[in-house]
Design a protein around this ligand. Sequence first.
Ligand SMILES: *Cc1c(COP(=O)(O)O)cnc(C)c1O
Length: 464
Amino acid sequence: MNTVVDTKLIQALDSAHFLHPFTDFKDLNDRGARVITKAEGVYVWDSEGKRMLDAMSGLWCVNVGYGRKELADAAYQQMMALPYYNSFFQTTNVPAVQLAAKLASLAPKVGDRSFKHVFYSSSGSESNDSNVRMVRRYWDLLGQPERKVIISRNNAYHGSTMAGASLGGMSGMHAQGDLPIPNITHIEQPYYFENGKPGETAEEFGVRAAGWLEEKILAVGVDKVAAFIAEPVQGAGGVIIPPSTYWPEIQRIVDKYGILLISDEVICAFGRLGHWFGYEKFGYKPDLVTFAKGITSGYIPLGGVMVGNRVAEVLIEKGGEFNHGYTYSGHPVACAVALANIEIMEREHLVEGVRGELGAYFAKRYAELNAHPLVGAAETCGFVGGLVLVKNKQTKERFKEEDAVGMVCRAHCFNNGLIMRAVGDRMIIAPPLVMTHADIDALMDLIHMALDKTLVELKAKGLV
Ligand SMILES: *Cc1c(COP(=O)(O)O)cnc(C)c1O
């Protein structure tokens, strides 16, 4: 495959015709997009031949790394046998069935909750739309149609469709498009560095932060609340890792009021936290689990919802026709690639690696960043890591938004061959699960270099 391209020509066509997601179009046209042309293992290359260590796994999805011939072969073979057929009219296809059964076998039973059923979509956003539909249908069927309110959290990310963006807690997204849609409301996120009180331990804060859910349930009215939705670890919001006390207290509260719990694991499932599903890491009991991204390592779009027995039994036994679904629900090619992807993860013990020695090594090396003068707190959970850039380590004084420190640091990362993402003043990573010890060492050298260069630039600007 020819990966040599005329960068200027592609950039000009890009500006002329391609409106990018989450992008200031005019600003991008002025600079020209970076053209990514090939990838192998944990590295990507741009059209100028520059190699970059992709510490974001694309966009949290390329869990098995790039260049996996097996996944391409699975897609090819399935396309030749049956590239597409719908599953609307009492028909099914083999990969969709096999994948559903496989997912059911991978999702651990917790307490009285088990997962035998899957509802497919093609993305995380669509899956969360499906969640809203299923949750409301569930309460309707139980004769409690007034239970419609879904509680989420500020700074959560649940996708970009009308329902996904409404469930999400991104004020910038709400501001464009009259969101949230009715009957979705938010509580504060469990971000200890920002919301912890002086003298309060992380564990004390975790219980207090979970308490905001109970306050909200009581404020809305217990008989109006349908569900609570949350990511195990908030990803796009900046890798916000909750204190250990948070999830057990959330579980106590949802149980007390009988509301459904939706775990949005579009990032956290498929090994990201060292388990097949993120709820295992924290030991809670969701009723619905959203997945996408890592299920195919991003090689082809696929998403869906693991539907727990509590919801599935009602939808199946009392439901009649469920008036919802997608042309590509259970797409045979996407499901075939997902099966091959899971096979790779099992054969190479990638999930165990993140949970075991490799993950521990990553955590240890990443924690060393806490010694850097710009770092307020650096934390990991499995194979996600986040750090907050601070003006003053001792007082925890933060930079101003207009200082755009994250963007300064991100530019130094790119320029030195590292893809690390900036979210405000947080720098975050989610490296491929196939990272070796040597890759982790290379990653840490690059992060240190970027932080050092950022410090020099901020000093020159008089910001530190
Ligand atoms: C990425 C993401 C989504 C949205 O997925 P898309 O495939 O982009 O629609 C939803 N929830 C979480 C937690 C995500 O990280």
